[in-house]
Design a protein around this ligand. Structure first.
Ligand SMILES: C[S@@+](CC[C@H](N)C(=O)[O-])C[C@H]1O[C@@H](n2cnc3c(N)ncnc32)[C@H](O)[C@@H]1O
Length: 442
């Protein structure tokens, strides 16, 4: 699709006016008076008061001091203070057609409407009533997937499509309580920006060596359970990230899976690419790690019984479903960040977009027969995608709130028409098309 020009006039959206409220809240949470903060900053009380009332905008030099004293990240303050970092500006300029989606990805739930003219190119139509999703083919289980897998009959699942927890910590009861409280823990809760509340992000970098070992053994245990319930030739699509994928992949291979490749979800976000902390001026041409523009999904298969054709006949698995007779399933998928409408339906911090999930879920059953499992269901994007393509599926989620969210969200996500396409290209499991892979789902 040719990107349409979207003009985001950042000059007309003075985020720094909101900065004042945030500064005041941070100052009060420390029990400091205006004079206390002014003294620490070596400025007048009146100046701090003007900052807090949104009548003054902090100078660049002031931002670092405010961040350090008030415990707010400098990059976030810079954005609030309307000093959009150069790399962010560049991304927005280079991807003007996707600028709004990028901002939404980074700044999450919209709390006010953008100018309609700007929003139009990315607007999403309401669910189409003639959309052919099947809502009678899934089962949602509230419970621990390890216990569920242990009790499940061997050779009874045909594919697993899942996005597991990576910090291990981030979805524990302790950490999700902190997430919901909006404070502390491994969840970084970024500030609002001009009406946008940024989605909370787990801090993967807080993993110690010991936690990495625990992560590996988590996946060793999980892979052993998964391979038992999968039928021969059954595939696993597992979401990961470029920092930790090796730990997951080795665990799956050690459990007996064959690595069959990697699906590259091309998705531009505004994350990563940081400059050296407290030394960005000294090393102004240095980026500490690449800004991530892709998300790896490991692709694995339980070995087939005999030849692929024998396995397909007996177990209905062993390959991936083609896009059409003329076109195989391809491993690079351009994807937008999850749309606002989907986030509003399922406000899970790791919700994956339907347009992408439907492509991989559809591919997971080569003959369109069998059961897809998502043992880490979250807000339900895999199960909704399975419903949308007409596949049977089972989702497991151990967190009661996320389980309830998925239960509400799946029927709504499943009937959404990706990217506003309400034509008969809509995703049917039996759909035959000669179009591109992405065109299956908008
Ligand atoms: C990364 S999120 C999945 C998000 C999902 N892809 C979506 O689109 O909403 C991982 C989910 O797994 C759940 N989870 C973690 N450990 C679990 C376990 N042992 N059994 C079942 N669910 C678990 C977490 O509560 C979290 O909701």
């Amino acid at each position: 699709m040719k990107p349409s020009k979207v003009r985001v006039n950042l000059r007309e959206t003075p985020a720094w006016r909101q900065l004042g409220e945030r500064l005041r809240a941070a100052r009060l949470s420390r029990g400091w008076s205006l004079a206390d903060l002014a003294g620490r900053l070596h400025v007048s009380k009146g100046y701090v008061s003007r900052l807090e009332c949104g009548k003054a905008r902090p100078a660049l030099t002031m931002v670092a001091g405010l961040g350090r004293l008030l415990g707010i990240e400098t990059e976030e303050l810079l954005i609030w203070a309307d000093f959009l970092p150069d790399d962010v500006k560049r991304i927005l300029c280079e991807h003007s057609g996707e600028a709004l989606a990028l901002l939404r990805e980074s700044f999450g739930n919209r709390s006010h409407d953008l100018d309609q003219a700007d929003a139009a190119p990315l607007a999403v139509r309401e669910p189409s009533s003639h959309y052919a999703a099947r809502l009678d083919l899934y089962e949602l289980v509230h419970g621990d997937c390890f216990a569920w897998l242990d009790n499940r009959e061997s050779n009874s699942i045909h594919a697993i499509v899942t996005d597991p927890p990576y910090g291990l910590k981030e979805y524990t009861a302790e950490e999700t309580t902190k997430l919901r409280r909006g404070r502390g823990g491994v969840w970084r809760i970024p500030p609002t920006f001009d009406g946008f509340t940024r989605r909370p992000l787990p801090r993967f970098t807080v993993l110690s060596d010991k936690e990495r070992l625990e992560l590996k053994s988590f996946f060793v245990h999980w892979a052993a359970s998964a391979i038992r319930v999968l039928v021969p030739g059954g595939h696993v699509f597992i979401a990961t990230n470029p920092l930790l994928s090796h730990l997951v992949y080795v665990a799956l291979i050690e459990a007996g899976f064959e690595k069959r490749g990697e699906i590259i979800r091309l998705v531009q976000t505004l994350r990563g690419g940081d400059r050296p902390k407290n030394a960005h001026k000294e090393f102004d041409e240095v980026t500490v790690m690449p800004r991530s523009c892709w998300e790896p999904w490991g692709l694995f298969r339980k070995p087939c019984e005999g030849r692929v054709q024998d396995n397909l006949r007996k177990w209905k698995t062993g390959g991936l479903r083609r896009v059409s007779e003329d076109q195989p399933f391809c491993d690079v998928i351009r994807s937008s960040p999850t749309r606002t409408i989907e986030r509003e339906i399922a406000p899970h911090p790791s919700l994956k977009p339907q347009a992408f999930m439907r492509q991989i879920v559809r591919a997971a059953l080569p003959l369109g027969e069998g059961i897809v499992l998502d043992p880490f269901t979250g807000g339900g994007s895999t199960i909704a995608a399975a419903c949308a393509v007409g596949y049977r599926s089972i989702g497991i989620e151990h967190d009661l709130e996320f389980f309830a969210m998925a239960r509400r969200a799946i029927p709504q996500l499943a009937v959404l028409v990706p990217n506003g396409d309400s034509t008969e290209r809509a995703a049917r499991g039996s759909l035959k098309t000669t179009g591109s892979q992405a065109s299956l789902f908008g």
